[in-house]
Design a binder for this molecule. Structure first.
Ligand SMILES: Cc1cc2nc3c(=O)[nH]c(=O)nc-3n(C[C@H](O)[C@H](O)[C@H](O)COP(=O)(O)OP(=O)(O)OC[C@H]3O[C@@H](n4cnc5c(N)ncnc54)[C@H](O)[C@@H]3O)c2cc1C
Length: 445
């Protein structure tokens, strides 16, 4: 059994060189996940010189560890947005997701990207009687927004109510990123930005070895390593989930549990991706217990895992991503609430439209500096989660995360050291493999 995602184990890694000497550009993109690569792709038709730097390898962080769904039936997220805002805002968010899925599929077809794109029926289901009405209401809302759904029950799993949408997809996210990159793009891997300084007319961004001058900076680094501006630990929390891939002959299907505990299935090639047991990264820090819960589920479903891995994403208090201008000429795209293939691709479009001074109907919807009551109260909860992550780490940790000093917890299944407060991860050699840390740690031999 492999302790890496099915996507990583089925691609040949692209290799880009490290940046070793000073350089200049119009736009510097920090981070080579879906947000960074999509921004690079959307700027490629302009005459701006754009550089993308990645501290590790393209697609190897959160994007390369997800469940590969291109989907607008995003568990209970639409309901959250309706509750926090109103139907109009939820409709606009829904429209953004549908349009983006169509754009991604068109891009894949036009550019002939080989990323194992497969159309699947996505079912949203609940096994709780008490949630069935809510799910029915969500279906009515989707239909009102022009989405065709079909009432269908499921054989595979205990469910009280379920419906499905037909125009949803599963794909290999790393192959998608590779397909979006052009041969003459300026991409540097193993190149980590440690410090950003704003001069009068541009930014100076420092790696360990050199500096890059840029007129615009795009933070596509998932969780930013610095706290000011934006106070990120107060704006978002982290959620961790445990995922597997097993051989199976279930075909053309994707299932998402609308109720908790969150569960998600997707057929991919000759197997099934199965995710269960999500939680705030700041509690239940015993990773062995979490992986064993996943293994118990697989046992009940008579599945034997070939791959096991975990992943962390950023959850926003109001359910909407943060995409747009952070401060003058510094832009950000993050906070996708576990739906980043669509939102990260969309972020690339929005951020490039801002730079190229084009209109985009979603700019104010995702404004990272928006403020509402939900974000205000959420900031207390997020601060509490960060502190409780810090305390639980104290009981178990040996090493300290260079980001904000939280104690790291050893993840025996993936052989990584994980930060329970802000999500940084380090491999067995102490190399940082997930932000916000932008430094490695030294482990005692
Ligand atoms: C369990 C789980 C399942 C999911 N499944 C799905 C799904 O099925 N469909 C879907 O749409 N979404 C899914 N998501 C969400 C999606 O994977 C993420 O929202 C998305 O991949 C985030 O992309 P990103 O570009 O922001 O981050 P990343 O992919 O993490 O990219 C950020 C990059 O920045 C680099 N970086 C960080 N700091 C620096 C620095 N200082 N210098 C240089 N580089 C730096 C990192 O190394 C990293 O490669 C899932 C999430 C989870 C947790």
């Amino acid at each position: 059994m492999k302790n890496v995602s099915i996507w990583k184990s089925s691609v040949k890694q692209l290799n880009h060189s490290k940046l070793r000497s000073d350089t200049e550009c119009d736009v510097l993109i920090i981070g080579g996940g879906i947000t960074g690569v999509s921004t690079l792709y959307h700027l490629s038709s302009s005459n701006l010189k754009t550089i993308l730097v990645e501290q590790n390898k393209i697609g190897w962080s959160v994007t390369g560890n997800n469940t590969g769904k291109l989907n607008y039936l995003q568990n209970d997220l639409i309901d959250k947005i309706r509750k926090n805002y109103n139907d109009e805002v939820a409709s606009l968010y829904l429209k953004s997701q549908i349009k983006t899925i169509n754009n991604i599929v068109k891009t894949i077809k036009d550019k002939k990207i080989d990323c194992d794109l497969k159309k699947v029926n996505t079912y949203l289901y609940t096994n709780k009687e008490s949630e069935a009405i809510k799910l029915m209401n969500l279906r009515v809302f989707l239909e009102k927004n022009g989405i065709k759904t079909i009432k269908k029950s499921l054989d595979y799993i205990d469910n009280k109510y379920s419906f499905c949408a037909l125009d949803t997809y599963v794909l290999n996210p790393i192959k998608l990123l590779y397909g979006l990159i052009r041969v003459n793009d300026y991409i540097y891997e193993d190149t980590c930005i440690r410090k950003i300084i704003k001069n009068q007319s541009n930014f100076v961004c420092y790696t360990n070895e050199c500096k890059i001058r840029a007129k615009w900076v795009i933070l596509a680094s998932h969780y930013p390593y610095f706290n000011i501006p934006f106070l990120f630990p107060l704006k978002a929390s982290l959620e961790k989930s445990y995922i597997s891939f097993s051989k199976s002959n279930i075909n053309n299907i994707s299932l998402i549990n609308y109720s908790s505990p969150f569960k998600s299935f997707a057929s991919y090639k000759n197997g099934l991706i199965y995710l269960s047991n999500n939680h705030s990264s700041c509690n239940k820090v015993d990773e062995s217990k979490n992986f064993n819960l996943l293994l118990n589920d697989l046992n009940k479903l008579k599945l034997s895992p070939l791959n096991l891995w975990s992943n962390i994403d950023i959850m926003t208090s109001d359910g909407l991503p943060y995409i747009g201008v952070l401060k003058e000429k510094m832009l950000i795209g993050t906070g996708y609430n576990t739906w980043g293939l669509t939102n990260g691709f969309l972020a690339g479009k929005i951020l490039s439209d801002i730079i190229l001074n084009r209109n985009n109907e979603y700019i104010s919807l995702f404004d990272p500096n928006r403020f509402n009551q939900k974000i205000f109260w959420g900031s207390f909860i997020n601060a509490f989660k960060s502190i409780s992550g810090y305390i639980s780490g104290l009981k178990m940790g040996t090493y300290t995360c260079p980001h904000m000093g939280c104690k790291l917890i050893y993840n025996r299944f993936e052989k990584t050291w994980d930060c329970p407060c802000h999500g940084s991860r380090f491999d067995e050699n102490g190399k940082c493999i997930s932000s916000p840390s932008n430094r490695d740690i030294s482990l005692k031999k």
